[in-house]
Design a protein around this ligand. Structure first.
Ligand code: 2M8
Length: 410
């Protein structure tokens, strides 16, 4: 175990670019939003100052309207696509134009609780920024009741089958020629297809053409889907932000109101046919019709229903290593293709935290042990085949190292 601990720390140090951490060398050469929050969690196990610095560099890129972007382009990385010029956001430190899973408050709470003395002043400075970001989600993305995403990349679960129904509305035919960095780094069968990428780029072009105006995006962007995954994460993040605010003497009633509002709103994502929480295309009203790992975050938000227990057991028993990113018994399941089946260590940590919160200690321990077994056998990879533990995606991955140090390897 000590050897893996040492390796994990070396990965975090190696991916540190001076105040921010890249998810992995080459494949992802910038700062990504939720990757950074996990990096901070990992750093907090051996370098509390560096953990807080990670949050600080991320929130330094916050937009005036409160949005915290999904990518921050600190340094040039020629050859990366789609880089800053494609997003067209500009600024001293350019960013992408969308957000990413709001896990910062949840992970910051764990970082702070582990060492409140080292963190209280830094938390006090970051708190208004977190609050503004949470308010941005509530004001721009929650009109349907649950949280919507305007790009699959905003969900963090890029090409999961949840988005197929919404992406079908997107015309990617004008994408033109481009060279993907990921195609040079990772086996094509483990990544999204060209059709998906063309559509992702069409959505970036839509945002750029309207100057990333949120009202236009929400009203007219061809892709807008309500997501149980982000909704559960934001509910939990609201609870954790309120828990951080109280000892600071903040009035947290607005945050408590948001959490209550979303707990009611997420019920609009109960698909009676599937008997599960499910993503929904807000343009056509169609259900995604597939259970993804986003739905398995219901325990994290304490929104679980008995039917979800049966799905959890069924999906888990259909694989050797839990938990798959999409239902292994659905026709869309692909064991190695990115978010269409593989196990993701940071999702396991979040689902595990939820299981623990719901008093399902035995399930949490099983998930932690299976995550540890994947890392022990396949290394610090980006994701894993849930049937045979084959390593997939990038290597020396930041969130895998962080999850090892803070959770799976404990
Ligand atoms: C993946 O997403 C990026 C685009 O944001 C990509 O495919 O190039 C996702 O797994 C996302 O959740 C993650 O934050 C990012 C960096 O690890 O990679």
């Amino acid at each position: 175990m000590t050897m893996l601990d040492d390796q994990a720390r070396a990965i975090l140090r190696g991916n540190d670019r001076g105040g921010y951490t890249v998810p992995t060398d080459m494949l992802y050469p910038f700062q990504w939003n939720w990757d950074s929050a996990f990096a901070a969690w990992g750093f907090s196990t051996f370098d509390s100052d560096r953990a807080w610095r990670e949050f600080e560099t991320l929130f330094a890129a916050q937009w005036a309207d409160g949005m915290v972007p999904h990518m921050v382009f600190h340094d040039a990385a020629p050859g990366y696509f789609p880089g800053p010029e494609v997003w067209g956001v500009g600024g001293d430190v350019p960013t992408s134009g969308i957000s990413q899973p709001p896990v910062a408050a949840t992970l910051m709470r764990m970082v702070w609780e582990a060492d409140p003395e080292a963190g209280t002043e830094r938390l006090r400075a970051l708190y208004p920024r977190l609050l503004a970001w949470h308010r941005w989600w509530m004001q721009t993305r929650c009109a349907s009741g649950a949280v919507a995403v305007c790009h699959p990349w905003e969900s963090g679960r890029d090409n999961c089958p949840d988005w197929d129904v919404g992406l079908a509305n997107v015309d990617g035919s004008g994408a033109g020629d481009y060279a993907r960095r990921d195609a040079a780094e990772v086996d094509g069968e483990q990544r999204p297809t060209k059709l998906e990428y063309d559509r992702y780029l069409a959505l970036v072009r839509f945002g750029k053409d309207c100057g990333w105006d949120q009202q236009t995006i929400v009203e007219r962007c061809p892709f807008l889907m309500a997501d149980p995954g982000i909704t559960f994460l934001l509910i939990r993040a609201h609870d954790d932000l309120a828990a951080l605010g109280r000892p600071l003497g903040e009035d947290v009633s607005e945050i408590e109101g948001w959490a209550a509002q979303l707990r009611a709103g997420v019920q609009t994502l109960w698909n009676p046919e599937l008997q599960s929480f499910d993503a929904r295309d807000l343009r056509s009203g169609a259900w995604a019709g597939v259970i993804g790992s986003g739905a398995l975050l219901c325990w994290l938000a304490r929104c679980e229903r008995p039917e979800m227990e049966a799905h959890l057991a069924r999906m888990w028993d259909a694989v050797t290593y839990g938990l798959p990113s999409s239902d292994p018994e659905a026709p869309s399941f692909e064991r190695k293709r990115y978010w269409r089946g593989p196990v993701w260590p940071q999702m396991n940590a979040l689902i595990g935290l939820g299981l623990l919160s719901a008093g399902r200690d035995w399930d949490e321990a099983r998930l932690r042990e299976e995550t540890a077994a994947l890392i022990e056998s396949a290394g610090f990879r980006e994701y894993f085949d849930p049937l045979d533990a084959a390593p997939c995606g990038g290597d020396n991955f930041t969130w895998t190292a962080a999850v090892w140090l803070a959770w799976a390897g404990r």
